[in-house]
Design a protein around this ligand. Structure first.
Ligand code: BMA
Length: 331
């Protein structure tokens, strides 16, 4: 990457892919070599999970949630040629901050990365007297410029849309509390400059009719623009007699007014069933934070955290996934 002005998202790079196994009828199927990132892939990590990757230059870059061996939550940058084998920086990201705010960036977790216009934006759950949404931008994944926090505490899962909508930058997020939040609905917010956010709209909430998402829900990867609307993959939580169970599913939002839900799939796409999803630091968690899209070949590769311990990959055909949501929609 020689100059900043030349930056654009590479589209012609093949994404990780494996065909659906012959004996499977899953709408989203797992990579046979999961997990792709092991918990101890950096010298100081306790776990690496809930992480986000994007195309960058001739390959891929990402921002990774690395909890360290003091169990502090930190985000690290990483690079890869094939989006499967990753080199993750041993030290957390240090942000350049124009106006430093005391007590900010006490912890950082569950990053998302989104290319908008000419640069990459990172959003994450940022510790500032409780969890809120941190935002930063980078051109090169070397220097990261931190903006003001998007919201007051408490909020998690801030996910940016990849382009302006009606002249506004757009984000979905999930207002929450200080702890392991026993509730959670998805809201849409708008901004002229990515610093001042407003015009908030309710999108959708947890619901008893589909128990896999009855406790709380939260947006996952950057929404994907399709002919039917924005495909939003999100996590949903069931409160079982054995604790929370995190699965993920999807909805399609109106392209111009994304707070309007057009279709919402009643079935999850993937739920914790493999040993690496059922055993780990927090059992029974599948938590998606990014997806790579290959429109030409109708493929998506979804990155998700497993059991708050490792990072895994799953695949789907984009058009099949949209058709599945429409066919199984319950509003
Ligand atoms: C949520 C977040 C996620 C985590 C999940 C399961 O509240 O903290 O980072 O994966 O809980 O522990």
């Amino acid at each position: 990457m020689s100059t900043m002005s030349k930056i654009s998202e590479t589209q012609d790079l093949s994404i990780p892919w494996e065909e659906r196994p012959c004996d499977s009828n899953e709408i989203v199927w797992r990579y046979s070599c999961n997990p792709v990132i092991q918990r101890d892939q950096t010298p100081t990590s306790n776990s690496i999970f809930n992480s986000a990757v994007v195309r960058f230059g001739d390959g891929y870059a990402g921002v990774f949630r690395c909890d360290n061996r003091a169990r502090q939550m930190r985000i690290h940058v990483g690079f890869s040629g094939d989006a499967v084998n990753w080199e993750i920086a041993p030290k957390p990201i240090e942000f350049k901050i124009e106006t430093p705010v005391p007590d900010d960036y006490q912890y950082a977790y569950d990053p998302r990365v989104c290319f908008i216009e000419d640069r990459y934006y990172v959003s994450w759950c940022n510790g500032y007297h409780g969890p809120t949404i941190g935002i930063a931008y980078t051109y090169d994944f070397k220097t990261f410029h931190k903006l003001e926090n998007a919201f007051l505490p408490y909020n998690r899962n801030g996910v940016l849309f990849p382009r302006k909508i009606n002249g506004y930058y757009a984000m979905v997020s999930r207002p929450s509390d200080t702890g392991h939040t026993p509730f959670g609905d998805i809201f849409y917010s708008q901004s002229k400059d990515l610093e001042y956010w407003g015009k908030h709209r309710y999108v959708m909430g947890a619901r008893d009719v589909t128990p896999w998402e009855s406790q709380k829900i939260g947006p996952g990867p950057t929404p994907i623009e399709t002919a039917d609307g924005w495909l939003m993959i999100y996590h949903g939580v069931l409160n079982s007699c054995n604790g929370f169970v995190y699965s993920f599913g999807g909805a399609i939002l109106d392209i111009d007014e994304p707070w309007k839900v057009k279709y919402r799939c009643q079935n999850y796409f993937l739920s914790p069933q493999m040993p690496y999803e059922c055993f780990g630091d927090v059992p029974n968690v599948t938590f998606p934070c990014s997806a790579l899209v290959d429109e030409e070949n109708d493929r998506i590769a979804i990155y998700y955290g497993a059991a708050d311990t490792t990072t895994c990959l799953a695949f789907a055909n984009l058009s099949e996934l949209v058709a599945y949501i429409k066919k199984n929609s319950l509003l």
